[in-house]
Write a protein that binds this ligand. Structure first.
Ligand SMILES: [Zn+2]
Length: 91
């Protein structure tokens, strides 16, 4: 790699090194952090539907691009919504 030569003495050429470089280059954006939403409402089906896959599984963090705190709140909100039949269970 041509860029960032100064920090690659230890892990040069390995897969792990490439992942580290990638994560430095692009910035992870959490939509809930930007809008300053602390509590995700489980009755808000329109928002929750964006964070489940086609087979109605909960989307992983690499797809939702949420931070850890909001991903955790999102999963509990989706599970609550499933329990009162607002969202389908994964089949
Ligand atoms: Zn967040």
């Amino acid at each position: 790699m041509a860029y960032r030569r100064e920090s690659n003495q230890t892990n040069q050429g390995s897969k792990r090194y490439n992942i580290i470089i990638k994560s430095k280059d692009y910035k992870r954006i959490c939509r809930f952090c930007i809008r300053k939403i602390d509590n995700i409402d489980y009755k808000d089906v329109d928002i929750l539907k964006r964070y489940i896959t086609e087979k109605s599984k909960i989307a992983p963090r690499r797809m939702t691009k949420c931070c850890a705190q909001h991903q955790r709140k999102l999963t509990t909100a989706i599970k609550r919504a499933r329990n009162i039949a607002l969202l389908p269970f994964a089949t």
